[in-house]
Write a protein that binds this ligand. Sequence first.
Ligand SMILES: NC(=O)C1=CN([C@@H]2O[C@H](COP(=O)(O)OP(=O)(O)OC[C@H]3O[C@@H](n4cnc5c(N)ncnc54)[C@H](OP(=O)(O)O)[C@@H]3O)[C@@H](O)[C@H]2O)[C@H](O)CC1
Ligand code: K
Length: 509
Amino acid sequence: MKILSKDQVYEADKATIEAEAIPSINLMERAGGYAFEYLHQRLQGQPVNIKIFCGIGNNGGDGLVIARNLIEHNYSVTTYVVNYSDKRSKDFLQALEALKGKTKNWPQVLKSADDFPEIAREDLIVDCVFGIGLNRPADDWVQELFQKINTSGAYVLSVDVPSGMAVDRQFPEDTMVHPTVVLSFQTPKLAFFLPQSGKYINNWDVLDIGLDRNYLNSVKTKAQLIDKTEARQMYRPRQKFSHKGTYGHALIVAGSYGKMGAAVLSSKACLHAGAGLTTAYTTRQGLPILQTALPEVMVVTDRHDGTYLEELKFDLEPDVIGIGPGLGTEKATQEAFKAFLKSNKTPLVVDADGLNMLAKDRDLLKLLPKYSVLTPHPKELERLIGEWNDDFEKLEKAEAFSAEYNCVLVCKDAHTIVVFEGNYYVNNTGNPGMATGGSGDVLTGVITGLIAQGYDPLTAAIFGTYLHGKAGDLAVNHTAYEALTAGTIVEFLGAAVLDLFEQPEQGKK
Ligand SMILES: NC(=O)C1=CN([C@@H]2O[C@H](COP(=O)(O)OP(=O)(O)OC[C@H]3O[C@@H](n4cnc5c(N)ncnc54)[C@H](OP(=O)(O)O)[C@@H]3O)[C@@H](O)[C@H]2O)[C@H](O)CC1
Ligand SMILES: [K+]
């Protein structure tokens, strides 16, 4: 699903108004009308006290349209205009006139914290104070209102975006409404998926407000959300006449004393992702562990006897190498890694200590083959790209890094974002149960296994991230978040592939 930027939403607005030759108030009526229907369908006339907080721009105007429709359907509504500015938008004023023309239940104007109403836990809050037009932090008294809403415990429906959340930058934290659900017009917003704002957004829905199809179909967005529809299109069916050679040979370079589990997990995930052959390269000590845990995996070892890798030489020609899980960053391993990179031409997936070694000796980054896949978690990412001030700056820096080193950067997080050639592929699977040791090793194995089968590195990164998250989501149906382990995620990789072709139950996402 395309994630439109703020400018693109305004452009889509304009394109719709031009294509349909309608005044802009009609679009507001349509958006507000659909938002009303969304609420009405769920409320079915229940006698709940609805408090609608409106700003003075078009988001506020939407709120007034919703209020009028609710009042006309006999809901108990109180409407407030949060008077943070005198610059009322034209359509806001028109929506206000329409409301006043229909009812004596006129909005109350809030000018300071003294005017705030009580908010009960049982109230339903409709949040229309700011939409995508927010371009500076809200005044203190308006932020106080957000705090009051947040501490009330009431159900909060934020219209288009949670008020106080900017869609194209990050303001200081804790100044936005914390919604129960966001009803986002036409497109989810990128900030929903970034940690600083996204941590407050647990539920969102997209409301199709009928913006111009031509514009929506043709617009190129920097960001897109990867869900089942997108993932299904990436899947490459296996051929009837094929053999293990068809699906490639993957080499996993991983493990050291006490961290052999990383080698086991990534090799096993590589197998389960469908690689034709998987070989693990590890220390001699690791041999019996891998051979016992995974009889399907071949093992090649360092000729030394140490607890960590001192040499990275093998007599194989794999199609892809996944390198890093559990390697450690001993000097000898670092040297072996450097020597390997100097001569290697095979596509790489680099994770964990592989990334740490790259960060320690940045000259090594220049040795990476084109389109290498790097899979850092936030701390590893920081070592690679430096500190960032906020989530948007993080993405900009990640983009610059990916361009400089020609690599696919998989920025792992609750919503992992794959950054490549100026585009952001935002993953929408996964859950907090996956924040557990070894989960990253599994992802490395999956992406490596997909590249072995012939998926290009970008697709392998996006699709692998999706499958990994989906496996975690399916696994968690059988366990609590707390009990989910990396090993269980691997076991559900097959189910994640099968799920690609299952239709969602009616009414379920
Ligand atoms: N295509 C669609 O999706 C449609 C969306 N609609 C709704 O319109 C809003 C966007 O409306 P807009 O009027 O552009 O912006 P807001 O309502 O979010 O904000 C109003 C103005 O407030 C000013 N502003 C910004 N930040 C602050 C602040 N911190 N304090 C005070 N004032 C602030 C700003 O104006 P300035 O000139 O003062 O900068 C804003 O313009 C969208 O979210 C949808 O809800 C349409 O109704 C239908 C189509
Ligand atoms: K809002």
